[in-house]
Design a protein around this ligand. Sequence first.
Ligand code: UDP
Length: 315
Amino acid sequence: MSRIVVAGGAGFLGSHLCDYLIARGDSVVCLDDLSTGSRDNVAHLLDSPRFSLVVGDVSEKVELDANTKVDAVCNLASPASPPAYLERPLETLAVGSEGTRRLLELALAHEARFLMASTSEVYGDPLVHPQRESYHGNVDPTGPRSVYDEAKRFAESMTMAMHRYRGVDVTIARIFNTYGPRLAPGDGRVVSNFISQALRGEPLTVYGDGSQTRSLCYVDDEIAGLVALLDSSLIGPVNIGSPDERTILELAHTVLELSGSDSPITFEPLPTDDPVRRCPDITLATSELGWFPIVGLRDGITRTMEYLAPRVRAS
Ligand code: UDP
């Protein structure tokens, strides 16, 4: 049994990670400021003696009970949806830099393993396809998305510096688009938007002409990949995502078909710096961790719809 700190543990991905760790017998200290995460995501864990929720902003301080020995620190603390990080640009930069530094200091003090939840956004609008870990990316450092992209790039740099110069046992996951239950109806990411719109009978808002691509990974697969990386001795960075690349227009049609909705599709302006194509090369994760995603898109969308349907009706 290990004691694992999950920063951002009340968020979409973080709460699924907490579930997985508790289910296998670990103890979890969940740190979250509940700015984009929610207590509801971990409410079912609050009765467990092996789970605790500490509400606070890791950019400001990271303080644990002095007797708490920590074996691993997972840093998933950050707004992740584009509308959420564009609403909180300074907080996003702060959590990627100051928050990451504080969590690395915690890992150093406890000689704990540190997992940095980085992102495919470090590749920006990629000029290489599919994206391998050796590709250095194409990010506009002054564009609106840079608050997220550069925060994560900085976090990767800080993670490697703490490894090289302080000996912290680190690993970096580059997480590609992930979807599933606990995406909030108002989260703003494409899957939750399309499903919520389809269920309400509202138009599905495709940005641009819908020819841009994303490769969507179901949340259970994503978590299995993150845990495999945490349990390994790999440093990385390692892409953890699905190579099943689709256009956004194709995704809209899939959601319409699976929901049985007769919502129309409307086309809205493409956000600035929206990446044109995104697809991970997961050779490294597959060869080193034996990991690859198994849940197909239609299955995953159906499961996500089952989660969102009552919440959309209630909202
Ligand atoms: N998108 C869209 N309609 C929406 C939300 C998003 O067409 O209602 C597009 C967005 O422009 C992007 C893709 O879907 O090309 C994925 O967007 P998301 O915000 O989920 O994640 P991103 O990969 O951009 O961080």
